[in-house]
Write a protein that binds this ligand. Sequence first.
Ligand code: NAP
Ligand code: G4F
Length: 324
Amino acid sequence: MADTNPRRALITGISGQDGYYLTKFLQTRGYEVFGVIPCRSPGIGEAGDRLYYADLSDGSNLGQIMDRSKPHEVYNLGAQSHVRLSFDLPVYTADVTGVGTLRMLVAIHEYQQRSGQQVRFYQASSSEMFGKVVETPQTERTPFYPRSPYACAKVFAYWQTINYRESYDMFAVNGILFNHESPRRGEAFVTRKISKAVARIKLGLQARLSLGNIDALRDWGFAGDFVEAMWLMLQQEIPEDFVIATGKVHSVRDFLDVAFDHVELDWNDFVETDETLFRPAEVDVLCGDATKARESLGWQPKVSFEELARMMVDHDLELARREL
Ligand code: NAP
Ligand code: G4F
C-alpha cells in the first residue's frame, strides 16, 4: 500500500547551525522532522517524541532510531566540526565525524533490508577536503588534499558514502559545501566570533578581539541558502555529488572590514594577533565552482558576503543589548 503520510526526514546534528535552517526549510515543505542530539547534559528521555538522544561515536541505538522515525530522507549533519579543535582531538574527531558517518550508513542499510523501505542519504561533506588545493576553483572532480584531522575524517566519510551508493544501490550523496555562516553560526568560528565581538565592542562590553590568521581566504555563503541545496540533491532521479559555493573569495580581513564598518569602527583599533589561534597546518584559500549545482539543481546563492556580515552583526547587536 502506498505511504500517504507526510515525508519524514531524520537529521543528525539538528541542534547545529545547518540543523536549524534545514529543519525550518523542511517544515515549510510539510515534512515531519526527526532529530538526533548527542547526550551532553541532564534531561535524558525528555528530548521530545521527535528528538532522539544518540551519539555518532556509539552506533548502538541508530537502528532503533531508524525503526522509530521511518525516515524517507536522512541528513547526516552531526560532526565534531571545528577544524582547529580537531588537531587537539584527532581520534575523537575521526570517530565522530568519520566513523560516525559509517555507523549511520550501516544503520540505514540494515533498516532498508529489514523494512524494504528506500531511504535517501545526504552526507555533509566539506570543502576542507580540498585543503592544500591542487587547482582553483575546486569542482566535483578536484582531487582532495586534506590538511587537518577533521578534513581527513570528512574524506573517509565521503568515500564511505560513495561505497554504499555503489555497493548497495543506495541513494547516498555528498554535498561538498564551502563555508556557510549565519546568526546561528557557532561562536568559535571566525565570522561569528567577529560579529559577536563587533557588537560587544560597539556597546562597550568588550575591549579587544584576538584572532589567528586573518589572511586566510574563504568562499563564504549564507547557511539559509545552502540547506536548500541539500534538499535539492535528494530530490534528483540519480544520486550524485555536488559542490555548493558562491564562487567568490574573501579574506578574514574583508570580513573585519565589513563588520566593523557597519558600526562605524576601525578594526585596526581593536584586533590583536594570538599565535595560539593559528593552526598546525592552514588551508590558505578555498574557492568553489558550483556550476554543476546551478545547471542540474537550479541552485544559486542569494545572500552576498556583505549582506551576510551585516546580518550577523545586526543579530549580535540585538543579543549584546540584552547584556546591558
Ligand atoms: P555545527 O553547528 O558545529 O553542528 C554540528 C552538530 O553536530 C551539532 O548539532 C552537534 O551537537 C552535533 N554533534 C557533535 N558531536 C556529535 C556526536 N558525537 N554525535 C552526534 N551529534 C554530534 O555544524 P554546522 O555548521 O551546522 O555544519 C553541519 C555539518 O556540515 C557538519 O557535519 C559540518 O562538518 C559540515 N560542514 C559545515 C560547513 C560550514 O561552513 N558550516 C561546511 C561544510 C561542511 P551539539 O550542538 O550538542 O554540539
Ligand atoms: O571559521 P573557521 O574556524 O572555519 P574553517 O576552518 O574554514 O572550517 C569551517 O568551514 C569548513 C568548510 O570549509 C567546514 F567544513 C568546517 O566544519 C567549518 O565549518 O576558520 C576560517 C579561517 C581559518 O583559516 C582560520 O585559521 O579563519 C581563520 N581564523 C583566524 N582567526 C580563525 C581565527 N578561525 C577561528 N575559528 N578562530 C579565530 O580566532
